[in-house]
Design a protein around this ligand. Structure first.
Ligand code: GDP
Length: 635
């Protein structure tokens, strides 16, 4: 796997964070903005100074050669590029060296300074003598219909600060309430999509997560997913058991179910505070807020307000009348009206600032959400922002970030692949193999989990393995999103992804591996972990189809009428019959027909008739995955 972009390990966590997990930036952050080309006689060349990003055409000019030569060198590195494509410093430097140039070490450009600045600000918060307690920032997660929205509304309406009641409430993506003279900030996009999207961009806005579970419904699939997200983000969790007003409410059952997910209530000797509430009857809300403050105190949330602001973009949009509008959460420092800020790839001078009640404000301190006007363009949710003294510096940083974003768009985020693990182990760039495990039944799930953990203990060298999430049932889109965010691979045992999950995996490049024999599963994972051997074969999906009806033909065999949902079916494909995400059968195709004719392939959107070798139990609603096996080059 020749891919030089691998060394830019930190990129997916966003430019302003080295991030934990993985040794990101092993010098991978180019930053020099100068395009200084020193032209001398080609024999005694002076070193070339390369910028953070450049087009292939620009690079060829700097190296005094043709675009074709550069493209050829890139191909040797496994990169197919045209002259307009952008390459980053690391790649360009390799090409330069290959063409006989020396390169100057990267200069510490504005990006480095901003990044270092951001990280030192974070680290300083712990040791900074001027750091002061700040309100906790809280996100609400949980299963659909368990009352997340209702709870957010109830808390907000019950706790508007004195004198503010009746004020116009705005939706800006976050709000603050006051309790016991202290403030709590809520991010009001419930659900873990926003949380995940932000984390995927390297941002962490949340200090405390409230997991809402309806007392009558108990732990549901999304509850389990939310738990996995919260745990993998190492964010403190508070459970709100909601709807305790209902006669069917059974809080003890919920606690029992949570314990099974290793979310053990404090009252049962665990470390997770659990509060029983009713969002409808406004019961237990004060208790919940009090617990949030306690958790905030325990975690000593602090920031220094006496410096330039930085934080995160929570929401952003273009307003027809007002132009780009962004809600930002200040994480440290103080944001002032008229400040120059950089937010993601854009910048601007703040010309107006509003709080969550639509009131104009002149300043915002740590943990305060405000809506700002004055950016020249719309940033993205999850982008970081910083105040700058110097407008020119701000503009330059925004430009550099935009250039980097273009590179990232070409290169894409690079999720981990099992086959690449070998290389990463050799390079020492990977310490942990993260896994999301899905199996058809609880029994096999437990057995595999234990065997994997055992593998972990037995593996002396190489990487350690951590299971981010495990569950039964088909591999879902949400599993893929979690894998993409946490850079995990997905292992399916007797289960397959549904169509949405498959599409998401294709789009994000998440590696999904399937097994039907535990031994093979363990063997492959062990090999990858010890860096001994990369897997050799992999299944490549050709298409998906759904059984619409079935017929018995003379002779007793069954053929099914199919509708091809995605991709194509070919006569040589192998078929895997899936019923509720579980593999019922795997084998060859006996017949493939359109009307009366045998056909070689059928594309998405068409119907066809299918008979399978040695399987006559096709049923309406079965999904069939068609695939072929491909040899995968060893790492
Ligand atoms: P979300 O999907 O998690 O945001 O759930 P909602 O806040 O939309 O609530 C789902 C449904 O549950 C709505 O019909 C709410 O009125 C209802 N609900 C929410 N909280 C409570 C509660 O404490 N008690 C009762 N009885 N119903 C509630």
């Amino acid at each position: 796997m020749a891919n030089t972009f691998q060394s830019r390990g930190g990129t997916r966590r966003g430019p302003a964070r080295g991030g934990k997990g993985g040794r990101g930036g092993k010098g991978g952050r180019g930053g020099a903005r100068t395009v200084a080309v020193r032209r001398t006689a080609p024999v005694v060349r002076e070193p070339v100074t390369l910028p953070a990003v450049m087009s292939v055409a620009e690079l060829s000019e700097m190296l005094q050669t043709t675009g074709i030569e550069v493209i050829k060198e890139l191909m040797k590195l496994g990169i197919m590029a045209n002259v307009n494509q952008q390459v980053d410093y690391d790649t360009a430097a390799k090409v330069a060296v290959a063409l006989g140039w020396e390169t100057n070490a990267r200069e510490n450009g504005v990006v480095e300074r901003a990044t270092a600045d951001f990280e030192s600000r974070k680290a300083e918060a712990e040791t900074d003598p001027n750091a002061q307690a700040r309100p906790p920032v809280v996100t609400i997660m949980g299963h659909v219909d368990h009352g997340k929205t209702k709870l957010l509304d109830a808390i907000r309406s019950a706790n508007v600060a004195e004198g503010e009641a009746g004020g116009i409430t705005q939706h800006i993506g976050a709000y603050q309430v006051e309790t016991q003279g202290r403030k709590v900030t809520f991010l009001d996009t419930p659900g873990h999509e926003a949380f995940t999207a932000m984390r995927a961009r390297g941002a962490q806005a949340t200090d405390i997560a409230i997991l809402v579970v309806a007392a009558d419904d108990g732990v549901m699939p999304t509850t389990r997913e939310a738990v996995a997200h919260i745990k993998s983000a190492h964010v403190p969790m508070v459970v709100a058991i909601n709807k305790i007003d209902l006669p069917a409410a059974n809080p003890d059952r919920v606690k029992q179910q949570l314990s099974e997910l290793e979310v053990v209530p404090e009252e049962w000797g665990g470390d997770v505070p659990v509060v029983e509430v009713s969002a409808r009857e406004k019961l237990g809300l004060d208790d919940l807020l009090e617990v949030l403050l306690l958790v905030a105190d325990v975690n000593e949330l602090k920031a220094n307000p006496h410096k330039p602001a930085n934080g995160i973009v929570i929401e952003a949009k273009v307003d027809r009348a007002r132009g780009p509008v962004a809600t930002v959460l200040v994480q440290s420092g103080t944001l002032n009206l008229r400040d120059v800020v950089v937010a993601g790839g854009t910048w601007g001078r703040i010309k107006a600032m509003y709080d969550d009640r639509g009131k104009r404000v002149r300043r915002a301190e740590p943990s305060y959400p405000v809506e700002i006007l004055g950016l020249v363009d719309v940033p993205q949710a999850g982008d970081t922002f910083q105040s700058f003294d110097d407008e020119k510096e701000a503009r330059e940083l925004a430009d550099t970030r935009q250039a980097r974003a273009r590179v990232a768009a070409i290169v894409g985020d690079r999720p981990v692949k099992l086959t690449e693990l070998y290389n990463q182990v050799q390079e020492g760039t990977t310490e942990e193999l993260r896994v999301i495990l899905k199996a058809d039944v609880q029994g096999s799930l437990g057995a595999i989990q234990q065997a994997l953990l055992k593998l972990n203990e037995d593996t002396e060298q190489g990487v350690s393995l951590s299971i981010q999430f495990s569950g039964t049932g088909a591999i879902s889109e949400s599993d893929v999103n979690l894998a993409s965010t946490t850079r995990a691979i997905i292992i399916g045992f007797n289960v397959r992804p549904d169509v949405a999950a498959k599409r998401a995996a294709d789009a994000t490049g998440v590696d999904i591996r399937f097994y039907t024999i535990i031994y093979n599963l363990l063997d492959e994972v062990r090999s990858a972990m010890t860096g001994l051997l990369a897997p050799i074969f992999q299944d490549v999906t050709d298409g998906y189809a759904e059984v619409r009806n079935t017929f018995k033909i003379p002779g007793g065999d069954v053929v099914a009428g199919l509708y091809v949902l995605d991709g194509r079916i070919t006569r040589n494909s192998k078929a895997r019959v899936l019923r509720s995400g579980t593999v019922m059968h795997e084998g060859g195709i006996r017949s493939l027909k359109r009307f009366k004719d045998d056909v070689r392939e059928v594309a998405a959107g068409y119907e066809c008739g299918l008979g399978l070798d040695a399987f006559n139990d096709l049923q309406n609603g079965d999904q069939i995955e068609f695939f072929h096996r491909e040899e995968v080059a060893r790492g």
